[in-house]
Structure formats: structure tokens, C-alpha cells
Design a protein around this ligand. Structure first.
Ligand code: C5P
Length: 234
């Protein structure tokens, strides 16, 4: 298999559990994702400890503020060693450009990814916050703005991959959560694809949490996903 596209979502407030999980799956995944729960509980030192494990770390921080503040926070994240992080594209072009410039001044290899419309927001909710729908169109509109503003890609649902590939081209990174191996518990995810389906559809990074972290043997679960992907990527 070329590069393993799986980033495991380490969603826990417990640093020891996060480190144990990360070390267990390290050899079977391509990266680790930490989000608001982990970062709020464990802080920058926690993020550094995850970075020290040695895999690329995706900080799922979804920054959204004035350009100066987002740029300053982006600089600090790059200093912590995150290789990927995300910001809300609805913060606008200047915010996005300044975030990229600030992160790249620390590490030119950091990838900045956009959040378009959260998958929890449907057409009615979008209308209630005064954004132009339908949601599917707003996703493409914001992804194009992200690309034009220098972002490397966007987070999207598996169902949005085809439209975004068409709109933003082959080099735009598509980071896809909502992945479930065949037969896995869906939990609160609704519109899911298997790892192989999402990869075949054109996802660059697959964000997978509970199917790995909630398994009795997380390393074996990660390894099984890697093998399934290797079969389809050979
Ligand atoms: O456990 P599960 O595989 O559902 O985890 C998916 C991860 O991706 C979680 O960390 C979740 O916060 C994140 N995510 C998501 N859907 C989005 C954006 C992020 O599930 N639209």
C-alpha cells in the first residue's frame, strides 16, 4: 500500500488513554487526529505528547475568529508540531490566507484544511442562520473559496467527494470522517461509507474513530482496515 490514509480520531479527555491508544495503533495507521475534547482537557502539552509519538497529527480545532486571532492561533499550533489543522471557511478569504501564512512561517509543510458546512447542519438550519442553501451548494461554494484562499483541502462527508473533486480538482485534499467498516456499529453517524468505498470515491484522508478506538483490540481493528485498503489500492 502507498501511504496509509487512515487518521485515528483520539476522542478522549484522558491523556494516558490517548497515549496508550495511539501507541497501540501507531504501526497500522497514517496519522492521529486530536479534537476539541482532547485539546481542551489535555492542553498544548497533551498535543505535544501525541506529536512525539511520531505520526502526523491532525488538530481538529475548527478555528473561526478575526484574521489576526486565527493567524496567531495557527502559528502556535504549527509550533506544537501539528501537521494538519482546520479552520472554518465561512471566516472568509482574509482569515484563511492569514492562517496559512502564519502556519507556513513556522513550517511550510503544514496543511490547512477548511470546514465548509458541518454535517450536522441541514438546509433548514442553514437557512435559519442566514446562509444561502441548499447545503450541498454551499459546501461547493465554500470549498472553491477555500481553494482560492490558499487552503490545501476541506473536510467533507463521503457523499460530497464527487462534487468536490469535480469543483476543486485532483490535488485538493479531501479529508473524510463518517467511515464505518462493513458491519461496524454506526453510533451517531448516518451517511457512512466503508474505508475502501471512501478511498475508491477519492478521499485522501479517512478519519476513523470509534471503529478503532472502541474495538476490544484497537491495533487489530486498525490492521484489518489497513489490509482492506491495501487490497483495493494494490
Ligand atoms: O468515532 P467516529 O469514527 O464517528 O469519529 C469521527 C471523528 O470525526 C470524530 O472526531 C468527529 O468529531 C469527527 N467529525 C465527524 N464529522 C464531521 C466532522 C468531524 O465525525 N462532519
Amino acid at each position: 500500500m502507498r501511504k496509509n490514509p487512515v487518521f485515528v480520531a483520539i476522542d478522549t479527555p484522558d491523556l494516558q488513554r490517548a497515549l496508550t491508544l495511539s501507541r497501540a495503533v501507531k504501526d497500522h495507521v497514517g496519522g492521529l487526529k486530536v479534537g476539541l475534547e482532547f485539546i481542551t482537557a489535555c492542553g498544548p502539552d497533551g498535543v505535544k505528547k501525541i506529536v512525539e509519538i511520531g505520526l502526523p497529527v491532525f488538530a481538529d480545532v475548527k478555528f473561526h475568529d478575526i484574521p489576526n486571532t486565527v493567524a496567531a492561533a495557527s502559528r502556535e499550533l504549527a509550533r506544537l508540531g501539528a501537521k494538519l489543522f482546520n479552520i472554518h471557511t465561512s471566516g472568509g478569504e482574509v482569515m484563511m490566507r492569514e492562517a496559512v501564512a502564519a502556519a507556513h512561517a513556522v513550517d511550510p509543510h503544514v496543511k490547512v484544511i477548511g470546514v465548509t458546512v458541518l454535517t450536522s447542519i441541514d438546509d433548514t438550519l442553514l437557512d435559519s442562520v442566514g446562509q444561502r442553501g441548499p447545503a450541498a451548494d454551499q459546501v461547493v461554494r465554500l470549498a472553491k473559496l477555500a481553494k482560492a484562499s490558499g487552503l490545501d483541502g476541506v473536510v467533507c462527508s463521503a457523499l460530497e467527494i464527487a462534487a468536490l473533486r469535480k469543483a476543486c480538482g485532483k490535488d485538493f485534499l479531501l479529508v473524510v470522517p463518517g467511515i464505518r467498516p462493513a458491519g461496524a456499529d454506526l453510533a451517531d453517524q448516518r451517511r457512512v461509507m466503508t474505508p475502501a468505498q471512501a478511498h475508491a470515491a477519492g478521499a485522501d484522508i479517512l478519519v476513523i474513530g470509534r471503529p478503532i478506538t472502541g474495538a476490544k483490540d484497537p491495533a487489530a481493528a486498525a490492521q484489518a482496515i489497513a489490509s482492506e485498503l491495501a487490497g483495493t489500492m494494490a
